[in-house]
Design a binder for this molecule. Structure first.
Ligand SMILES: Nc1nc2c(c(=O)[nH]1)N=C([C@H](O)[C@H](O)COP(=O)(O)OP(=O)(O)OP(=O)(O)O)CN2
Length: 340
């Protein structure tokens, strides 16, 4: 197998603006926008900043009759794309846009599809009955779970999505998950599958995500399952050619993908295994300077993510993507593609 790496930078930015939608009163939002594209991070940030600057502290109805999340995301995408048309060899750039208009709602524009998402919480107890003896998840414990439900934005209004979730929240909140039919082995993967089955005929579903802890979770979509595990580390980064350094509290997010789950365990791979495989890499990074790593050729987040993906792909054949963030506004994603 030859693993090809495709890298994309991720830039995030906020803006404050007012709007009136339908018959609602004029109200204010703290919007947050994330754009992903292959162009260098500083170029991407500049393009995003030029859109956000125009709308910041303005009334969005001065620009649009109905400044819905979908309209704003579409406009950001087209504007960023046109700003990037002159970069490198030019041509159309694939730009993904995620717009969060409130802490729990937003839209995501990827490829040709615009998805509307709703995030929500529920608190519940569970244990995993099929883990090896002594595994911490074999004991009865609990989580403040988060879910993120994404639907086709053109075919599902926010109220319909919220209504569909209310019904499920009533079943899950303050429950013992193992007692719910279909959740006898309530791994994150089984929870996403259960939610997928419950919602599929009710709303035009794109994906279901379950955040079991603040560092690990699972996603179910039409292609199958993705899980992620996050690890934070503190490192110094060479800043320029003159010997200056800066530093970041980095976040690495490792994604594993598969169509089917281990029948016994009910998961793709134990989150704890993913963390254990990452540990030797973590040990080289945490509280070190990045230029102490001999085979790291540059110190930006894309190079770091690619280096991690190369180190990890042998031990984690299901690895599909590695994200590295320097902070909330600056990061990169490296996609692992199986090549010929
Ligand atoms: N693929 C899966 N692996 C694990 C699941 C799961 O549902 N799917 N569940 C668990 C446990 O329930 C556990 O609560 C979460 O695991 P883990 O990320 O290992 O939890 P920690 O709090 O120990 O992780 P930190 O790295 O300290 O944040 C186990 N695996």
């Amino acid at each position: 197998m030859n693993n090809l790496l495709k890298q994309r930078f991720i830039a995030g930015m906020g803006f404050e603006a007012a709007r009136r939608l339908g018959s609602s009163e004029r109200h204010g939002h703290s919007f947050w926008v994330t754009v992903t594209c292959e162009v260098p991070l500083d170029v991407l940030k500049q393009a995003l900043a030029s859109v956000c600057a125009v709308w910041h502290m303005r009334d969005l109805n001065d620009f649009f009759i109905e400044p819905s999340d979908v309209t704003l995301a579409q406009c950001i995408r087209v504007t960023v794309q046109s700003q990037l048309a002159h970069v490198g060899d030019g041509g159309d750039r694939e730009v993904s846009v995620e717009l969060r208009s409130a802490p729990n709602v937003g839209v995501c524009y990827e490829g040709a599809q615009v998805c509307r998402w709703l995030s929500a919480d529920f608190s519940a107890a569970h244990f995993l009955p099929n883990v090896p003896e002594g595994h911490q998840c074999g004991r009865l414990h609990g989580h403040g779970f988060k879910v993120k439900l994404s639907v086709d934005a053109q075919a599902c209004a926010p109220e319909r999505l919220a209504g569909a979730w209310q019904h499920l929240h009533a079943q899950l909140h303050h429950s013992h998950l193992n007692h719910i039919k279909g959740l006898e082995n309530p791994t994150s993967e089984h929870l996403t599958e259960w939610l997928w089955q419950q919602l599929q005929s009710v709303v035009p579903l794109c994906s279901v995500e379950v955040f079991e802890t603040s560092t690990a979770g699972s996603r179910r979509d039409a292609k199958g399952f993705t899980i992620w595990k996050e690890v934070r580390f503190e490192a110094a980064q060479p800043f320029d050619g003159a010997g200056r350094y800066t530093g970041h509290s980095y976040l690495a997010r490792l994604y594993l993908q598969g169509e089917t789950l281990d029948a016994q365990a009910g998961w793709l791979r134990d989150f704890a295994d993913v963390k254990a495989v990452f540990k030797p890499i973590y040990n080289q990074l945490d509280h070190y300077a990045l230029d102490a790593i001999a085979d790291l050729t540059a110190y930006d987040s894309a190079t770091l993510a690619a280096w991690m993906a190369t180190q990890l792909s042998g031990a984690l054949p299901e690895l599909s993507r590695v994200d590295v963030f320097e902070n909330e506004s600056s990061g990169a994603a490296v996609f692992v593609q199986e090549g010929a």
